[in-house]
Design a protein around this ligand. Structure first.
Ligand code: FMN
Length: 410
């Protein structure tokens, strides 16, 4: 499966910030993922990084001198602006933000930004005092109102040695936001809200101990990432928020009860719910407020009570996808789960043996639909598994305004 970035015409505008060297990494990664990248630079940017660096990485001559001859029939900036599908300006200086906000077009970056209809992503980098300045904040507001998207700046150590807001966002975050933007342009989930749950819930025994399971959250993360790349507004409800992909909404939870309550906050606004989390069936009846001491106990029992079956209890009109992590009779159990839980698809995966899904970057899934079909896929990366699952969901979503007609296929 190709990346959403592949073959996309992307223009990266580089301006005169000390962080300019970091954008070399972004350009390199975009090229590695198959994007056609043109770089435009301000004359200030050339003081920080050589156009030759970008030429070597992209195999294309960077646009630096707007009075230069660029070997195109018409005007170079118009030609560039027309074929650009997404324009990233990173790092964006305070000065360039001011130019963009007020429609100046006196260098190749601002000229192209003014001439293009492509979405504009701006990743500022500057000293925190420049960022906090009323002028910069007013320009930020103007640009946002006009539909520009912003990534960062982040808090952290600045070139001055001070700690503050002004750091350029990490490459990974910039690229993730670009993918989300491209997905929204034409992805089949654009305009749809997809809730994904990930990780294993933790049921507290006392303030330091819990009952957990071996789920890593990787399958849920892959689903969230793939849905984001296909344009969805993703809400990832997860017990492992520290591993969540970039550019999606993350709701951290611990227990099954917390997960259920977060799902109910979003479920009425969503078109799809994918429960990839491993939710505990039981919780401790009386969680101890204090750490339970070892004392002289020879044995120790916990009184467990059943948690609500989250997916079965949701009666909102949306597509529901459950996961079945089984150690035996995979398909029989998956089919039973499909009926019992009243869901549209069950993704069966084995959690024992070589192809075990737990903790791995790959998975071997069987997709069971409510017609009783069971489609077994080979071992694939979890991202590709996620894309396959989304293909099946997309068919269901596309089955003529699912929500309006209330035609749940259960
Ligand atoms: C060493 C040095 C580092 C600079 N770093 C930044 C920066 O990180 N962010 C910023 O907004 N301006 C920074 N500036 C100021 C800009 O380079 C200056 O405003 C320039 O005119 C910006 O031009 P441009 O926006 O057309 O690239 C820096 C200037 C110098 C001399």
């Amino acid at each position: 499966m190709s990346s959403i970035i592949e073959n996309r015409q992307i223009t990266v505008g580089v301006t005169g910030s000390i962080a300019a060297y970091k954008i070399v990494d972004v350009v390199s990664k975009l090229v590695q993922q198959g994007a056609v990248v043109d770089v435009a630079m301000t004359s200030a940017a050339v003081n920080f990084i050589s156009p030759l660096t970008f030429q070597s990485l992209t195999g294309r001559e960077p646009y630096v001198d707007m009075w230069g001859v660029h070997g195109v029939k018409g005007e170079a900036h118009i030609e560039l602006a027309r074929r650009t599908e997404l324009m990233l300006i990173a790092p964006a200086t305070a000065s360039t933000m001011a130019s963009l906000a007020h429609g100046f077009a006196d260098d190749f970056v601002t000229l192209t930004a003014l001439a293009t209809k492509a979405p504009l992503l701006i990743s500022p980098a500057m000293d925190s005092q420049m960022w906090d300045h009323d002028a910069t904040q007013a320009n930020l507001k103007l640009l946002r109102e006009r539909g520009a998207h912003f990534i960062g700046p982040e808090q952290g150590r600045l070139a001055s040695g001070q700690i503050g807001t002004g750091r350029l966002s990490e490459s990974q975050k910039i690229i993730a936001t670009m993918k989300a933007c491209l997905g929204k342009l034409e992805g089949d989930f654009s305009g749809k809200t997809v809730i994904v749950t990930a990780g294993g819930t933790r049921e507290a025994i006392d303030p330091v101990r819990y009952i957990g399971n071996r789920s890593s959250g990787k399958m849920g993360n892959a689903l969230a990432e793939a849905a984001r790349d296909r344009g969805a507004d993703v809400v990832l409800i997860t017990t492992v928020p520290e591993t969540a992909p970039e550019a999606i909404q993350v709701i951290p939870v611990e227990s099954a009860n917390e997960m259920e309550s977060s799902i109910s906050d979003y479920v009425t606004k969503a078109e799809v719910l994918v429960m990839a989390a491993a939710v505990a069936d039981y919780r401790v009846n009386m969680e101890s407020e204090q750490k339970i001491k070892r004392e002289h106990m020879k044995s120790f029992s916990l009184d467990l009570i059943a948690n609500k079956d989250i997916i079965a209890s949701i009666d909102a009109n949306l597509i529901k996808v459950a996961f079945a992590a089984e150690t035996e009779d995979l398909i029989t159990n998956a089919k039973k789960k499909l009926r019992d839980k009243n869901v549209d698809l069950v993704i069966a995966n084995s959690v024992t043996g070589e192809a075990s899904a737990f903790g791995s970057d790959t998975n071997k899934i069987t997709i069971v639909d409510n017609q009783g079909n069971a489609e077994e896929l080979p071992v694939l990366s979890k991202y590709i598994c996620a894309m396959e699952i989304l293909d099946r969901i997309s068919n269901l979503v596309g089955a003529d305004s699912y929500k309006e007609e209330g035609s749940s296929s259960n």
